[in-house]
Design a protein around this ligand. Structure first.
Ligand code: EAX
Length: 329
């Protein structure tokens, strides 16, 4: 009887001991990448995330930061790195993400969101959670929605106040079919390109313009590449899923997985706030650097010009799903 009990105990202990590594013994050094420099809200958020994880894991988990395209020439390449496990964490716009998780493209429609309040409501609600979950099918763990911001059109040729003024401009878009279609519909001449190639392309006048949120324009000093005209078009909101390699996520003990999810959400709030709070100051500093900021943009003209793309993509994105986002209150 005693022998049987001992055997039972041994089996039980073996089961316990061969289970997943307990949080106390799990140690890792991870790579976090983005296209942006250390002063951009992506990397300010990333630094905070790394500090909090280090502190909360009592030094077991170190996250090294790789800003400014160090790990790839653009977000598509780096997302592939996430899939393969060569990169552990990535802050990226939705630019190329539709190629990995098609449902995410629904957020790329122009004039979908009214304002930041509307954005938070949708991204932090059931729709946002579903979109994050969908990434798992692509072997990617999407932890939370961080932020890039509302995007604006910039160019080297002249002020653009209404859609008509932009006709024929050669602009770079992200590698994103919805964005590409929207600019075509508006009569511009868009060409998709990885972010790492944009500054040089602008400098060499291969393209006349690009579109990005204030923070990206500011951190990259695009006025030094001849971008002297900035129009506050707010034509599309650019969310930034904070992605993790599913390989890395699955290898962590449950408690650390929870820690990452919780901390990513906490930093999302902080990161969105610092991004929004700094926009007006950045605009003023851009003006001091010689950028002409056009504030009184006729947004209705862009909205009207881009509207046909909603029916163009109706087979992939139903009106009901689009309406659920647009009408969220
Ligand atoms: O995510 O490629 C882009 O224009 C993105 O907005 C930028 O890299 C930040």
């Amino acid at each position: 009887m005693k022998k049987v009990l001992m055997l039972g105990l041994a089996v039980l202990m073996a089961i316990v001991w061969t289970g997943p590594a307990a949080a106390a013994e799990y140690k890792a050094t991870m790579k976090l990448a983005s296209t942006q420099s250390m002063d951009h809200p992506y990397m300010v958020g990333a630094q905070k995330f790394a500090d909090l994880i280090k502190e909360r894991s009592k030094g077991r988990i170190t996250i090294k930061l790789y800003p400014s395209n160090q790990l790839g020439k653009g977000e598509r390449e780096m997302t592939e790195g996430i899939q393969q496990g060569a990169i552990d964490l990535l802050v990226t716009s939705t630019g190329p993400l539709g190629g990995f998780s098609p449902s995410i493209n629904i957020l790329d429609f122009p004039f979908l969101f009214r304002d930041f309040k509307h954005v938070d409501l949708v991204l932090d609600g059931a729709i946002g959670q579903k979109l994050l979950k969908d990434f798992e099918k692509a072997d990617i763990k999407a932890l939370a929605f961080w932020e890039n911001g509302f995007r604006h059109l910039t160019n080297s040729k002249g002020p653009v106040r209404k859609a008509e003024d932009g006709k024929g401009l050669k602009i770079r878009t992200m590698e994103n079919k919805v964005h590409l279609a929207a600019w075509k519909a508006a009569g511009l001449n868009p060409t998709p390109m990885a972010w790492g190639e944009v500054f040089t392309a602008l400098q060499q006048k291969v393209i006349d313009g690009q579109e990005n949120p204030i923070a990206v324009f500011y951190s990259s000093k695009l006025w030094d590449a001849g971008q002297k005209h900035f129009s506050l078009t707010e034509h599309v909101y650019s969310p930034s899923p904070f992605l993790m390699s599913k390989k890395t996520f699955d290898a962590m003990p449950k408690a650390d997985q929870q820690l990452f999810l919780k901390t990513a959400l906490e930093v999302a709030k902080f990161q969105r706030k610092i991004n929004r709070d700094a926009e007006e100051t950045k605009l003023k500093e851009m003006a001091k650097s010689g950028v002409t900021v056009t504030r009184n943009v006729d947004k209705a003209s862009f909205k009207k010009a881009m509207a046909p793309i909603y029916s163009e993509f109706s087979a992939q994105f139903s009106k009901a799903d689009i309406d659920a986002i647009m009408n969220a209150k």
